[in-house]
Design a protein around this ligand. Structure first.
Ligand code: ADP
Length: 405
């Protein structure tokens, strides 16, 4: 028995070699179907689709995003949903970089496509893939409005001092070099949920949000306004991530370029794919790293320590920037699941009013929850993120002619 799709939103997250999608109702939050096509463009590509409580996988060559969406459409059809005739209210696209041009969810027109394309030098891999998703959806679902939701949008109004790199102003201006911030959809959604959970006005709260997934970022939100975030011009800056380095002395790149003769592409691969936890210990999944640490693996221990050290450095910086912190919140795969990371990130901060309750912290749950003690003056929370829902809601609102924040 299939669910009604009337008014549902198809959310697409098109990456360079993957397409994640979810069909959901923005109001009831009901997820009708979801899936992922992986290793697109490679020999061993596959697509997994879940609908009506069943999961099916096809392993077949998927040359590009268009082929992946075709395969997804066929799997929707096999489960009883004709996407073109499903009464969808919108297709919501995650777009990584909005540059200086986009800071609201935006109805996609030909002009918008051109502008996203023009600014894609800022995030060549990401934005090109996102654009491919947009173009394919517009072609295959011409009657459904496509809406672009930008990962940078929430941080659009970062204070100048937080957004500016200390380099030659002329060069920075000419090449749009500044800090944009990413994961904005998640930081916005989670910080909104924190206010709901605490029963407080959003604009009354000072928050630190730690989005710790494969990619990871921190944000400082002052009375509802983001005042700092750890990712910069690209999603490479900041925290140690699964495969990305995060902060690194820019001189290292000059050194590797001059002395090791690494090309731009090699440096790109090094910093984005072969660094972070993976670079340090060969694994980027915290479940594996924790198991390796438990069996005494020194490389895993070092990777973990470097990860926690960087995280604490950002938490400390944001506590000072905010002056007074109401809530520190962990979210995304690591933040929601790894109780050791949460414990160690905030260990020994009792003098700052941050006290974790070990029992609450070790509880496993899919719900928003408090993990600090009742006497902790800072509320420490775990709040599951839901970027798909946030994108779906924003896309549906834009399709109705509203302009969400
Ligand atoms: P992405 O940035 O790809 O969306 P996620 O937010 O899904 O990533 O986070 C993925 C990461 O979450 C995994 O690489 C793993 O390190 C971590 N993770 C997921 N589940 C657990 C768990 N049960 N315990 C510890 N870490 C986990």
């Amino acid at each position: 028995m299939s669910t009604s799709t009337d008014g549902a939103v198809l959310v697409l997250n098109a990456g360079s070699s993957s397409l994640k999608y979810q069909l959901l109702h923005p109001d009831t939050t009901e997820v009708i179907a979801e899936g992922i096509a992986e290793r697109i463009g490679e020999d061993e590509s596959s697509i997994t689709h879940e609908q009506n409580g069943e999961s099916s996988t096809r392993t077949e060559p998927l040359d590009d995003i268009s082929a992946a969406l075709d395969a997804a459409s066929e799997m929707f059809a096999a489960a009883g949903t004709d996407l073109a005739d499903a009464g969808l209210s919108a297709v919501g696209h995650r777009v990584v970089h909005g540059g200086r041009s986009f800071f609201h969810p935006t109805l996609v027109t030909d002009e918008v496509v051109s502008e996203i394309s023009r600014i894609s030098t800022l995030a060549p891999l990401h934005n090109k893939a996102n654009l491919a998703g947009i173009e394919v959806a517009r072609k295959k679902l011409p009657d459904v409005p496509s809406v672009a939701v930008f990962d940078t949008a929430f941080f659009h109004d970062l204070p100048d001092e937080a957004a500016t790199y200390a380099i030659d102003r002329g060069v920075a201006h000419l090449h749009a070099v500044r800090r944009y911030g990413f994961h904005g959809t998640s930081h916005q959604y989670v910080s909104g949920k924190v206010a709901e959970f605490l029963g407080r006005e959003y604009n009354d709260l000072n928050q630190i949000v730690l989005h710790l997934g494969n990619g990871a970022s921190a944000s400082a939100i002052d009375h509802g306004e983001p005042i700092d975030t750890s990712m910069g011009m690209t999603p490479l800056e900041g925290l140690v991530m699964g495969t990305r380095s995060g902060d690194i002395d820019p001189g290292v790149l000059l050194h590797l370029s001059r002395v090791a003769k690494l090309s731009n592409d090699q440096l790109d691969t090094l910093l984005n794919k072969n660094s972070g936890l993976k670079g340090l210990c060969g694994d980027n999944d915290f479940r594996t790293i924790t198991a390796r640490m438990d069996s005494g693996d020194e490389n895993a221990k070092r990777a973990y320590k470097v990860y926690i050290h960087r995280l604490r450095r950002y938490i400390g910086a944001y506590m000072i920037e905010l002056g007074n912190v109401d809530a520190i919140t962990f979210t995304a795969g690591v933040g929601e699941n790894a109780d050791n990371v949460r414990r160690d990130a905030l260990a020994g901060l009792e003098n700052y009013g941050i006290v974790i309750d070990d029992e609450r912290n070790s509880l496993r749950s899919k719900q928003a929850r408090r993990i600090s003690t009742d006497s902790s003056t800072v509320d420490v929370l775990v709040v599951p993120t839901n970027e798909e829902l946030a994108i779906a809601r924003q896309a549906a609102a834009v399709a109705r002619g509203e302009q969400p924040e």
